[in-house]
Write a protein of this length. Structure first.
Length: 503
């Protein structure tokens, strides 16, 4: 305990220097801008601005990068809520309830709820970083291909919480998403799959093209068909919204804390990241909810689940990077490269050899989360003016943002075409009540699921018993069975209750 207190004291000394505070504030401003603009996001922001850090001390560089990351993650939620276009991949799940809240005139409440949830999730995750980093990193090191595959199965089991009115339609969309995830080069053989001779498909179907196409362009097409032009409700931002968001957070405090823990644990696992963590938290919380039918219609707990979990996962991703040298997310991989350029060797000895860097990073997590929160909350009145933009102006802007987002993935026209195709597909999914989220999450998790499954079979000599003989994977598979059974059991009980009421 004394080591932790002395480490935190050193971190406070590093972070609260005048220069580092200014660097952190600059990182928050830039990160918020990168998060607000669809197609950029904190990952691109860090990649673009990383060279600037080479002239700064390592601890200052890490504070700058952390500020961009945390603020960018927060800014992505604002675009998801106001425009139904995820500003960042990890904010994609926030669209499901955040945008319907804005359409109901609760846009300010949704943004305040997202900001409060992200602050809680990020702060609790930083506390977890302080006390649980060494044992969690050691536990994550125990995860091999069988364990990661079982974790992916558990994630798919959460799809029951993402289902619409029909579990069958959810299964269909999940399978379709897995098929789309197979498009491109086979990572084990190098052969092209499902490309049909088109060179542009060799890179596969990217996650962002699916997200912005189905949520962005699909939403535009649906709105145009309904003839909604200037009928968008323009909510007035008041402190009453802020106080109401705090009341809702307190009412659902168990949900926020549990999703924070889930997000942090998923973030610690190398390769998982904040995007699947937010979808898993949303699906799990919906499955456990007493009123699951309200989710997806502008239900505040849906925003709480996604925002608390993705911020916790963003922090958790730094744990294996700092303690083991294993990046827990794509952004952590970029930061890992930066650490090597800064002359730092990640691993267990980093706490001993570079305490100013490690503890400065940990304390900076607390500080930049608070700075991002203040910045986001104070600008809500300005940000809510987006909803006052005439629909005739907003529509072409949304389409342009979506197409730019598709193009910057690989700077090719095939991604633009994919975005348009997914937009049309999203429109028809809304028309036919097919849930979009299972397809998107299947595209995200599909490659890793296939990769770990094939690695596990190679490791086990072709026998699937390897998933049973490994204790962790066996436990995760049992949890998956329970998660699969919850929506099925709930559906049976609902049908029986409806029959009794009809009689």
């Amino acid at each position: 305990m004394l080591d932790i207190l002395s480490g935190l004291s050193l971190g406070i000394e590093v972070t609260f220097s005048t220069s580092n505070l200014l660097i952190g504030f600059l990182g928050v401003v830039l990160g918020m801008l990168f998060g607000l603009l669809p197609g950029l996001g904190p990952l691109n922001g860090v990649a673009i601005l990383l060279p600037i850090t080479f002239v700064l001390p390592p601890e200052s560089s890490m504070i700058f990068i952390a500020a961009i990351y945390y603020a960018g993650t927060a800014g992505g939620a604002i675009t998801s809520i106001t425009l139904n276009i995820p500003g960042t991949p990890m904010a994609a799940a926030t669209c499901m309830d955040g945008h319907p809240m804005a359409q109901k005139g609760k846009g300010a409440l949704a943004i305040f709820t997202a900001a409060n949830s992200s602050l809680i999730g990020g702060t609790l995750a930083c506390i977890g970083f302080v006390f649980l980093a060494p044992p969690l990193a050691k536990y994550a090191l125990m995860f091999g291909p069988p364990e990661f595959f079982a974790l992916m199965v558990a994630a798919f089991a959460c799809f029951g919480g993402l289902a619409g009115k029909s579990v069958t339609k959810t299964i269909i969309m999940t399978i379709f998403g897995l098929l789309l995830a197979c498009v491109g080069m086979d990572v084990m053989t190098g052969n092209a799959r499902l490309c049909f001779g088109y060179m542009g498909l060799f890179n596969g179907v990217t996650f962002l093209t699916a997200v912005v196409g189905m949520f962005g362009i699909g939403e535009v097409l649906t709105t145009i068909e309904k003839g909604i032009k200037a009928k968008i409700i323009h909510p007035k931002v008041t402190w009453k919204d802020y106080v109401e968001s705090l009341r809702l957070i307190y009412k659902h405090k168990i949900l926020v804390i549990s999703d924070t823990i889930l997000g942090f644990l998923v973030g610690v696992l190398p390769g998982a990241g904040a995007t699947p963590a937010s979808f898993m938290a949303y699906g799990f919380s919906k499955s456990m909810s007493k009123d699951p039918k309200e989710w997806g219609k502008g239900h505040a707990p849906g925003v709480m689940a996604t925002e608390s979990s993705n911020h916790a996962a963003s922090t958790g991703a730094f744990v294996p990077m700092v303690t083991l040298g294993i990046p827990g997310s794509p952004l952590a991989a970029i930061v890992l490269g930066g650490m090597l350029i800064w002359g730092l060797v990640p691993g267990p000895r980093l706490f001993i050899e570079q305490p100013r860097f490690v503890w400065g990073l940990i304390v900076a997590g607390f500080v930049v989360n608070i700075l991002a929160y203040i910045f986001e909350v104070s600008l809500v009145p300005l940000l809510m003016k987006v909803l006052k933009t005439p629909f005739t102006v907003l529509t072409p802007l949304i389409v342009i943002f979506c197409l730019i987002t598709g193009y910057v993935q690989n700077f090719g026209m095939m991604e633009v075409v994919q975005t348009l195709i997914f937009g049309v597909l999203g429109y028809f999914c809304k028309k036919t009540d097919y849930p979009v989220s299972p397809l998107i999450l299947a595209i995200v998790l599909g490659p890793m699921t296939e990769w770990t499954f094939r690695q596990s079979l190679l490791q086990g000599g072709g026998s699937p018993m390897i998933f049973v003989t490994h204790p962790i994977s066996f436990v995760l598979l049992l949890v998956s069975v329970v998660l699969y059974g919850i929506p099925i059991t709930r559906g049976i009980l609902d049908r029986r209750r409806e029959k009794r009421e009809a009689a």
